[in-house]
Design a protein around this ligand. Sequence first.
Ligand code: HEC
Length: 482
Amino acid sequence: MKGSALLVLLGLAGCEDVQKANAPVVAAVEGPTFYQDILPLVGENCQQCHNSTLPMGAAFPLETYEQIAAFAPVLLSKMNPVGDTTDPFFMPPFNAKDGAECSPPHAFRGTYAVEQSEYDLFAEWIDNGKAKGDPSTLEPFTVPPMVDLEGSITALEFAADYNVPPPAEAGYDTFRCFALQTEDGLVAPPVDLWIDGFQFRPGNPLIAHHMLVFSVPDLNEHLAAGLVEDPETNSWACDGAVSRADGSYIVRDFSLVWGWVPGGLPLDLQWNMGMRLRANTGLVIQMHYNTLAEPDDLVDRSQLEMRVRDTPPEREAIFTLVGVFNSFGTDEVDDPPFEIPLGASEHVESYTEPHQRGDMRLWGFGAHMHYAGTSLDLRLLNDDAETCLLNVPRYDYNWQQMYTYEADWEDLPQIRNGDSLRVKCTYDNTEGNVMLQKYLGGPVVGGMRLGDGTSDEMCIVGLGLACDGMCEETEAPPSPRP
Ligand code: HEC
């Protein structure tokens, strides 16, 4: 809703004209009103998630005068037009920014950011006594589409409800893999398929740290050969990827397809891209349950919805991870070892990786660290230039979305063999870190290391790559989990 303050001014000027013409008018209200200004503002910036029909997570509805007026000062305090407040829970949550040090080549898609003029208008409305105004003056507005993917959707889910071990019993975070099936019980369809949209529905968001989808060739054979521990849910305790955690069954061939982390939004692939799912390849979802919350309900039955087509798209898309996580050594960072000392407030770790998959374009970027992470940037390095691709100056664990550019295919950054990607992460392991305080109850005693647990750390970017046409087969090792 750009320039709404201007609209108000024009509106008032218009009113005078109307009065001059002696037309019947509703008593003019000074300043912004709910119907004319505030509802459209909240509609376009907040209702995408804050609605009663399909709310995102714990977002409460912001649809009526009562709902909005009652919380107006709180709503205002969370709006952050400039992005430099110290409150990590600002709204709407969009953490990729264009900054002096790092300016990505294109604007990001769907920022739903509140502008300064909108912020000022909302503040003025509160100061003036939150006038309701006249419903007939309601400015038309559009709520940006949110959760539902359109098109032919295949829903996959666990075979049955899974009872997550209580945190106290589990001791450490739980990693569990589930072979996904459709309503017809289909695990690995016998034909090649293409996926161009994903949407996760975590069954128990309070304890879901991530959901990762892996493709596993000949999954049915693995299931028949004893991969599964619990036949009712078709699930097993898993290791770095999809093998059994106790080492009693190893799956060697698998790849990461897509993932969800808190704040993750549905993925609707642009640029006529699709991800390939080969015939007889099944999907396994790896759930990471954290031990931070003690919810009353420990049952989970998460869902993955995909938009699937049987004809190849124009371009093949791939999702992969760049950075360091559990399976890396602490010495694989640029300036080893990886360790965030207790009391360090601006500790930096970085990792540089050469690209070896051939000519591709980069279309998406998602930052992933845990609660000590405060900022992250990703750069593309080649012979003559350094391009900043993603800048997240104030990282928020609860809002880890995949950022994509607003650009034509031809303008997406290219990456070639010999180029490198460098991901740089900054951490705060002090009592001043609000997120650490809130979730872990304080800094992590004795420094933090690379690891899987929510109280360990990582430095990762989930990266969207694509080939113009189909990608050539590479020897790239399959990606393990973050
Ligand atoms: C992309 C989705 C999304 C958008 C857009 C969004 N919110 Fe939220 N908001 C949420 C979710 C989800 C929560 C619950 C967060 C939680 O419990 O951690 C939330 C929580 C809040 C809270 C409570 C915060 C707290 O500290 O407990 C306020 C206030 C709020 N939103 C205001 C707004 C306003 C005002 C807008 C628009 C200017 C907005 N939100 C836009 C998803 C969104």
